[in-house]
Ligand binder design. Structure first.
Ligand code: GN1
Ligand code: MG
Length: 355
């Protein structure tokens, strides 16, 4: 039974918690994540890392732990209670490891749950957008002196546009007739945007945009807030790697400014909220402006479009591949996600000129 298994795994870690129950946290598309409720707080978050997606799980976990430690060291001036709310903390196993490997070969890691925190799948007020910007700015500032070359590249070329295009082109060769037919209008859109969507990558490759530590999965549901909408910390640091600021800025915008969830099928509800863009950018620049180069700053708006696009491209690719990567709830889930992102690009393009 799952409950017994989770309890067993939970007890392989070194903590004072007594297992009471679990609840699946199902918003991620890759890992299996469970809230572990204990008889007395703190609660915990237990996570099985997807080894199909992440080839070097120990490397991934070392990345997360190192980044957390780096941030923890910088928060020492805060009272302990606050420190604990501003950064993820990982538990070690009883044998002093950062992960537990079960008898089926699965890797698990355990974090302390940050009490009285909430996440937002959709942003409903400007304050959350602003606070989201601050959080990301803070994360990038606090990690800006971490040597990015020390991090394992957990998914090589994760946000590399040419790589995502080559995966897309491979998928076109193997896709079923039926899926090709349904995807056709979106395949055309991909081709139309190809050149523009490579601009950031070229600037990265030429060295005009610098490499820094980036989070690489900054959708707003990966940020914790308190109940008064104040930003606490970024979570899901699985994909922390060397990258460019545009990845994180753009991916956050993709979700903060979408007036609907990323898989909403009623596309009339999917629009780009320009007020949230302004609020988010204001919060972000407040923390980041002094460290951004003029080139980094100049290309922030293009980052938004590029990151919406790369997700559209990846969802579409996975649809053509018969859903081998993302968790899906029904056969056209990935196609619906892609349609949603293309609608968001259209709305973004209409609104960005007013900004
Ligand atoms: C995946 O599993 P989750 O929700 O943390 C994906 C991100 C996408 C996101 C789309 C490793 O993240 O890149 O932006 O889905 N993570 C990986 O919601 O591919
Ligand atoms: Mg993630």
């Amino acid at each position: 039974m799952l409950e017994e298994k989770l309890e067993y795994i939970f007890n392989q870690f070194d903590h004072n918690g007594e297992f009471e129950s679990y609840k699946e946290l199902a918003s991620g598309h890759i890992n299996d994540t469970y809230l572990i409720k204990t008889k007395t707080k703190p609660y915990f978050v237990l996570q099985r890392i997807n080894q199909g997606v992440f080839k070097d799980v120990p490397g991934l976990i070392e990345n997360k732990v190192a980044i957390s430690k780096h941030i923890q060291a910088k928060l020492k001036h805060l009272p302990l209670k606050k420190q604990k709310r501003r950064v993820l903390a990982f538990a070690k196993t009883k044998t002093d490891n950062s992960y537990y490997k079960d008898n089926e070969g699965n890797f698990w890691n355990l974090m302390y749950f940050i009490d009285k925190s909430v996440t937002h799948e959709i942003v409903k007020n400007k304050e959350v957008a602003y606070q989201g910007g601050r959080l990301l700015g803070q994360f990038l500032t606090l990690t800006s002196d971490f040597d990015a070359s020390k991090l394992t590249e957990v998914i090589p070329k994760f946000h590399d546009m040419s790589f995502r295009f080559s995966q897309f082109e491979d998928a076109l060769k193997v896709a079923s007739k039926e899926r090709m037919e349904k995807a056709k209008p979106y395949i055309e859109k991909v081709e139309d945007l190809k050149a523009e969507m490579h601009i950031l990558q070229k600037l990265k490759e030429s060295g005009e945009i610098k490499i820094r530590v980036t989070h690489n999965d900054t959708k707003i549901s990966n940020a914790l807030f308190n109940r008064k909408n104040k930003g606490l910390c970024l979570i899901d640091t699985d994909t922390v790697m060397p990258g460019i600021v545009h990845y994180d800025f753009g991916d956050a915008i993709r979700t903060i400014c979408n007036t609907a969830a990323e898989d909403e099928t009623n596309l009339d509800l999917v629009n780009f909220n320009a007020d949230y863009y302004k609020a988010y950018t204001k919060g972000f620049l407040k923390k980041m402006k002094s460290t951004l180069t003029p080139t980094e700053l100049k290309y922030l708006p293009l980052a938004a479009k590029t990151m919406i696009f790369i997700m559209a491209l990846r969802f579409l690719t996975d649809y053509l591949n018969n859903d081998i990567y993302y968790k899906t709830k029904y056969p056209e889930h990935n196609l619906d996600r892609a349609k949603n992102q293309f609608k968001l690009i259209r709305s973004f393009t209409e609104k960005i000129n007013q900004l």
